[in-house]
Design a protein around this ligand. Structure first.
Ligand SMILES: Cc1ncc(COP(=O)(O)O)c(C=O)c1O
Ligand SMILES: NCCCCNCC[C@H](N)C(=O)O
Length: 364
């Protein structure tokens, strides 16, 4: 028995998402790059690299991880590169995407030997969260003025346009892509490739993958470009859980269970976006499942169980892959969950355990 807490990545569930990835790639001609900002747990890259074309990054370290652990096509993007990073970044990357014209011009000489792109901000998005809206007022994420971009077109061969966020609505995707075609068509015609970023929820149940594929192919044909997508969440959705054990129960007006993990430290995205965790359970006993950090609001959520919870019960908190393992931290010095993989034959492999030495070395 592997000691909780641990993140459990399920290769069979990953295989289902990867099947859709293949279907989309084949039907559309688009290439798909894993967005490492969402998921960078490299022990399962062997499986993902068979179905995805490479990785894209948001920093030098993600870029290097993508090059060394995933391989294939490696895109480098950063909101801003430092002078001391650029040579190393170029050495790992097949393409480098600059966030601004200022950075493109500043690093023109150092990046000239690889393909360069620019982030285009279309000034609209599908984000329902202000915090994650790349098109929010005064957004620093990309350039939007076609006249200014026109002046650097000779230096670039592609655009990266990230403007979707958990978008499960194909109609909305279609409409917004048409808007991009109308507003930036003359520039798009002069490019070799266009990345439409991440945020399209095409592995969700019922998503019309065929329609998306046809729409991407039409875009490619119209502008004569290679389309890329940068799925993070869509690649990994529903493939992992956080496995925890109940350490204590009490009733302070509600039945409360305290588990051996922490939302703040191990599923931070839930707190940031004020969302509840998910536990697949049903029954007549409502319980609040709480984390063990000192934060008063360290709460995974309220769930209805078939039986009252007791010390020693194992719970499985679903959807613990995207924006989860990449954000884990050492708050309160709470033991960091191990990383475990459920192999295709059902056996469990312990990939990494964290201990006091990791905590200590993270601070000095
Ligand atoms: C530039 C870029 N590409 C890809 C992604 C991945 O998005 P998602 O995980 O929603 O698919 C993001 C998310 O922040 C992004 O900013
Ligand atoms: N699940 C809660 C919302 C998460 C939003 N994801 C943020 C990252 C996203 N790719 C972005 O565009 O910022």
């Amino acid at each position: 028995m592997i000691q909780t807490p641990f993140y459990l990545i399920d290769r069979a569930k990953l295989a289902r998402n990867m099947e859709i990835m293949d279907k989309l790639r084949q039907a559309s001609g688009a290439k798909v790059l894993l967005a490492l900002k969402c998921f960078a747990t490299w022990p399962v890259f062997d499986q993902m690299a068979q179905h995805m074309d490479g990785t894209t990054s948001s920093s030098l370290y993600e870029l290097r991880l993508g090059r060394e652990k995933f391989g294939r096509e490696t895109h480098a993007y950063s909101v801003a590169w430092s002078d001391h990073e650029i040579a190393e970044a170029v050495s790992y990357a097949d393409k480098i995407i600059f966030n601004s014209i200022g950075q493109l011009e500043r690093f023109d000489n150092q990046s000239a030997q690889i393909e360069r792109g620019l982030r285009l901000n279309p000034r609209f998005s599908t984000s329902g969260f202000d915090l994650a809206d790349p098109a929010r007022p005064f957004s620093r994420l990309g350039e939007w003025d076609a006249n200014k971009i026109e002046r650097v077109m000779d230096q670039i061969s592609g655009f990266m346009i990230h403007y979707n966020c958990e978008n499960a609505d194909f109609g909305l995707f279609d409409t917004q892509l048409s808007r991009i075609e109308d507003e930036f068509g003359p520039l798009l015609k002069r490019l070799k490739w266009v990345s439409l970023g991440g945020g399209i929820h095409f592995t969700g149940i019922g998503y019309p993958v065929d329609k998306l594929a046809a729409r991407l192919r039409a875009f490619q044909d119209r502008f004569g470009v290679q389309v890329y997508l940068e799925p993070g969440e869509a690649a990994i959705t529903n493939c992992a859980s956080l496995e925890v054990t109940v350490l204590d129960v009490l009733n302070n007006g509600k039945d409360l269970a305290i588990v051996d993990a922490s939302v703040e430290a191990h599923m931070l995205d839930l707190l940031i976006y004020r969302l509840s965790g998910k536990i697949e359970t049903d029954g007549p006993h409502p319980w609040m499942v709480c984390g063990k950090s000192c934060l008063a609001g360290d709460i995974f959520g309220e769930f209805n169980f078939a039986h009252p919870l007791k010390v020693g019960d194992r719970l499985s908190i679903a959807d613990a892959a995207g924006y989860t393992m990449v954000k884990k931290n050492w708050f309160n010095g709470v033991k960091m969950p191990s990383i475990v993989v459920r192999e295709l034959d059902g056996s469990l492999t312990l990939k990494r355990e964290f201990g006091y030495a990791d905590y200590e070395s993270s601070l000095g």
